[in-house]
Design a binder for this molecule. Structure first.
Ligand code: PLP
Length: 386
């Protein structure tokens, strides 16, 4: 397209933002600039492209696309979601304190407790759905409140705008892991957050064929700092993976709509099912975070957690699944089903998992875009065998 898609609809932005036609050929798809370096015409002449750890046109296109969708000033793309989170955490320094949603992704918990605590950072693990608890946890050294909403896999919903109000009043920034909902359904920067991170491995890429992460900033000075960290620590996303994520994002809207409509039909079948003790899905009116989610997001996503009552019941179900793949990860076009306690959250000690309500009987479903009748039939046959 000609012109700037910034003020156009979300789907138009997803397709066009950052996707400038190739200056040499007019190629509609941004080429994969698979190069490590760039020829410079003359010694001493300033050039934009010098070395591909620092600048790459394919990566720049993806970063512009994501920044526009999240409403940030700049995005930086990394070799994984964890690499994006690592870059984010360079805004805090030794002696600083961070308040964190108590049941974040297990890898984030491991990174904060096993790596960052060694560098003099301290963390308070707080139920961020409880605004009083957030307020109480903030102290004079608190520099950041780090939220995941919905949380993985217990589906706690945190009020982003309210937390941002509390944190900012006390001089702390707010970071949100927006992996589960994507900017199509939830835009944390517009709600007052300062930073957004994604495991782009999930819904943004959407095809389970790349590990990638993005970090979006709302202020130019943060973006400048993250650019320095990105080129200095070097965990950049490869041009080919940038191409894959960019291509995935172009269909984000149609995928997310189908993911969610499938999820709603599946939730209807699981609620009240005799083999399922509980269904955790923010779209259910009796979910404690339902009203907040309705207010701060434009959908409920396609992540569902069910309580089967015991490890044995969860295993019996998982072992029988045929269409849904038993695998870690989420957000792909194919439905994935997993056992958080022994997979994604195995790095969280059992007693802590118990405190969080993350039981051995929990099964997490990332609903894909297949024919929903096939997914329902698969779940029915697996549950019948429990
Ligand atoms: C919510 C969330 N954040 C971050 C990550 C880490 O991302 P990656 O696996 O791309 O490093 C994950 C991975 O599962 C996740 O689910």
């Amino acid at each position: 397209m000609k012109g700037d898609p910034k003020n156009l609809g979300f789907s138009t932005r997803a397709v066009h933002a950052g996707q400038h036609p190739d200056p040499r050929t007019g190629s509609v798809a941004v080429p994969i600039y698979q190069t490590s370096t760039y020829v410079q015409e003359q010694l001493g002449e300033a050039v934009h492209y010098e070395y591909a750890r620092v600048q790459n046109p394919t990566r720049e296109a993806l970063e512009e696309q994501v920044a526009v969708l999240e409403g940030g000033v700049k995005a930086h793309a990394f070799a994984s979601g964890m690499a994006a989170i690592s870059c984010l955490m360079t805004v805090v320094q030794a002696g600083d304190h961070v308040v964190v949603s108590r049941n974040v992704y297990g890898g984030t918990f491991r990174y904060f407790t096993r790596i960052l605590e060694r560098y003099g950072l301290s963390f308070s693990w707080v139920d961020t759905t409880d605004l009083g608890a957030v307020e109480a946890a903030i102290g004079p050294r608190t520099k950041m409140v780090y939220i995941e909403t919905p949380t993985n896999p217990v589906m706690d919903i945190t009020d982003i705008a309210a937390v941002a109000g509390i944190a900012h009043a006390r001089g702390a920034g707010v970071a949100v892991d927006n992996t589960f909902l994507t900017p199509y359904l939830q835009r944390p920067l517009a709600l007052g957050a300062d930073y957004v991170v994604h495991s782009a491995t999930k819904f943004l890429n959407g095809h389970s064929d790349s590990i990638c992460g993005v970090l979006i900033s709302s202020r130019p000075e943060d973006a400048e700092w993250f650019a320095l960290v990105q080129k200095s620590s070097g965990a950049i996303l490869s041009p080919f993976d940038c191409f894959l994520v960019m291509r995935g994002i172009k269909t984000l809207v149609v995928r997310m709509d189908r993911h969610e409509s499938n999820a709603r039909r599946i939730v209807d079948c699981l609620v009240g099912h005799p083999k399922v003790q509980r269904v955790l899905y923010p779209g259910l009116p009796d979910h404690p975070g339902h009203e907040i989610q309705k207010r701060q997001a434009s959908g409920f996503g396609s992540m569902i957690t069910i309580e089967m009552g015991s490890f044995a019941a969860a295993k019996a179900m998982l072992d029988r699944m045929q269409v849904m793949s038993f695998a870690e990860s989420l957000g792909g076009v194919e439905s994935l089903i997993s056992h958080p306690a022994s997979m994604t959250h195995a790095s969280i000690p059992p007693e802590r998992r118990a405190e969080l309500g993350l039981t051995d009987g929990m099964v997490r479903i990332s609903v894909g875009i297949e024919n929903v009748e096939d997914l329902i039939a698969d779940l029915e046959q697996a549950l019948a065998g429990v």
